[in-house]
Write a protein that binds this ligand. Structure first.
Ligand SMILES: C[S@@+](CC[C@H](N)C(=O)[O-])C[C@H]1O[C@@H](n2cnc3c(N)ncnc32)[C@H](O)[C@@H]1O
Length: 258
């Protein structure tokens, strides 16, 4: 089953924004967006951000790179909040947000220059159907560029099971190699796969230390002490599976042939 109901509740979103910055529901902030689109010319290109969350990344794509952005997300509350945020940013003429259902994309064939995603496709169960759709909506010569959370090839151990339990979100992880195989089978060429687990492993320890230190009071004030303690334990569980190499954030890029 893909994620099809509201999973990113108020407390989770508030906590993620505290750690990763306003408008960001995944690590790395504006710099991660820059890295994912590095070397691409986005000026006036039509970029489809699938799983846009609160739209913080779309603001970077439009304001720093001159892209025209369509952001899609399955969570209606997140889309509402993102619309509000984009309105305040003065970028409504460049960014359109759309609520969507999991499954076929609402875009027409060959409509999009660049499909972008950041740590959202982990929620999609049928990756082959998903990337077939991404391929369909891209123009010939169009580019898919994204980051996502991957797993190692080993069966899940108890630390990973505990991490999933703490996260409480619907995850369907694959290895980076399987993403590569599926992209190839869907017709993509010039596929590059880049494991960035080590980069995020170090950062996650810093985040965990911040949650127990400088962010502790702010978390308690906005979430209450019970949720604060829960999320600190959640983060500890995440550092364990990043340290063991079972959780492997990665980046990948692929091209639709001309
Ligand atoms: C970890 S958040 C990342 C959001 C955003 N990309 C960011 O980095 O801030 C994952 C997002 O994917 C969305 N999502 C899950 N399944 C989806 C699907 N099938 N299509 C579009 N969005 C989806 C969730 O609602 C959530 O907003």
């Amino acid at each position: 089953m893909s994620q099809n109901e509201e999973e990113y509740d108020h407390a989770l979103v508030a906590m993620l924004e505290l750690i990763w910055g306003e408008g960001f529901l995944s690590p790395g902030g504006p710099q991660a967006v820059r890295e994912i689109v590095s070397g691409l010319d986005l000026e006036d290109k039509l970029v489809l951000d699938i799983g846009c969350g609160l739209g913080g990344l779309d603001i970077i794509l439009a304001s720093e790179f001159g892209a025209r952005v369509i952001g899609l997300d399955v969570e209606i509350d997140l889309v509402r909040r993102a619309v509000e945020k984009i309105g305040k940013s003065g970028l409504s003429d460049r960014i359109t947000l759309q609520h969507c259902e999991p499954g076929p994309l609402p875009q027409a064939d060959n409509e999009i220059d660049i499909v972008f995603g950041k740590d959202s496709w982990i929620h999609v169960e049928d990756k082959r159907a998903f990337f077939t759709e991404v391929f369909r909506v891209l123009k010939p010569g169009g580019i898919l560029t994204a980051g996502d959370w991957m797993r190692s090839a080993k069966p899940y151990g108890k630390d990973m099971e505990y991490f999933f339990e703490m996260e409480g979100l619907t995850y369907h992880m694959e290895t980076l190699e399987i993403y590569g195989d599926i992209l190839h089978q869907c017709g993509f060429v010039d596929i590059s796969l880049d494991d960035v687990a080590e980069q995020y492993r170090a950062q996650s320890h810093q985040e965990y230390a911040n949650m127990k230190g400088p962010l502790k009071q702010q978390m308690a004030d906005s979430l209450g002490e019970e949720k604060q303690a829960y999320f600190i334990e959640n983060w500890r569980a995440m550092t364990v599976v990043l340290d063991s190499g079972e959780l492997r954030p990665a980046r990948f890029r692929a091209h639709k042939p001309l």
